[in-house]
Write a new protein. Structure first.
Length: 266
């Protein structure tokens, strides 16, 4: 079905992982891979079985960013002189929206270098887990471009103005540990245990109340533009929605019965 990504289904389908699968180009991004990843996220989001989505890379890198050869070839093939803008609007922006608006948690597993759009692909996910040897670079400036793939929106919010400017202006390479210390990513694991420890986190998320996580994500997203009053109102509305789920009833029941809850994601 997919040619640019590889997929893996675990936990009876509750957990779905997409691997960027172009290791010969360090998983550089192109129209096909961006479209396939978007389709994958959408299909998982629409599934009644899937409760957690992850994105990783095959080989030594997570992603080296946009495939420049493809972008330059597009300029030669098409008469439109706004090729880069069209690439951003038609391929990157829809993927950013698909990930940030997904009702299921989307987690990036950064197994190696994450550069330019590849770094932002990791960072727009709900949270990122990285191998110790991985690194992140906002390398757009090195070729005379600005951060895209949500970079100008998320970086100042994740880092604050000073650090966002510093990383965007310099393209500085951040180790996974430095990225964690800055609050850019959630956690770092040793290379030799990365896959197993990341899978433990994904398993935990896959077995938690999916609707509550979705509503939490939705509320956090709204907080970027809401006033305190608006956000408090949203909390009341979403809390009621969460309280009407089967998982809430199971959570209360298991608490009273002093047993481990068995959430169904409903």
């Amino acid at each position: 079905m997919y040619t640019q990504i590889d997929t893996r289904s675990l936990l009876d389908g509750k957990l779905q992982i997409a691997y960027l699968n172009q290791p010969e180009t360090y998983n550089s991004l192109n129209k096909k891979s961006l479209q396939e990843l978007r389709d994958f996220i959408r299909e998982c989001n629409e599934s009644e079985v899937v409760r957690c989505i992850a994105i990783s890379g095959k080989g030594k890198a997570f992603s080296s960013g946009q495939n420049l050869k493809e972008a330059l070839a597009m300029e030669d093939e098409l008469e439109d002189d706004r090729i880069i803008q069209r690439m951003v609007i038609d391929y990157y922006n829809p993927l950013v929206k698909e990930i940030t608006n997904a009702k299921k948690p989307v987690i990036s597993l950064v197994n190696g270098a994450a550069v330019g759009a590849g770094a932002m692909l990791a960072l727009i996910c709900d949270f990122s887990l990285a191998a110790e040897s991985a690194y992140f670079s906002q390398a757009f400036v090195n070729i005379g471009l600005i951060p895209d793939t949500g970079g100008t929106y998320f970086l100042p919010k994740l880092l604050g103005r000073q650090q966002a400017n510093y990383l965007a202006f310099t393209g500085k390479k951040l180790s996974a540990t430095e990225a964690k210390n800055l609050g850019l990513i959630a956690d770092v694991f040793p290379d030799e245990t990365f896959e197993n420890e990341a899978l433990e986190v994904l398993t935990q998320i896959s077995n938690l109340p999916t609707t509550a996580i979705a509503l939490t994500k939705k509320a956090f997203n709204k907080s970027y533009s809401n006033s305190l009053k608006e956000q408090l109102d949203i909390e009341g509305i979403y809390q009621q929605e969460a309280a009407e789920t089967e998982d809430f009833k199971e959570g209360v029941s298991s608490f009273l019965d002093k047993r481990k809850p068995n959430y169904k994601g409903k």
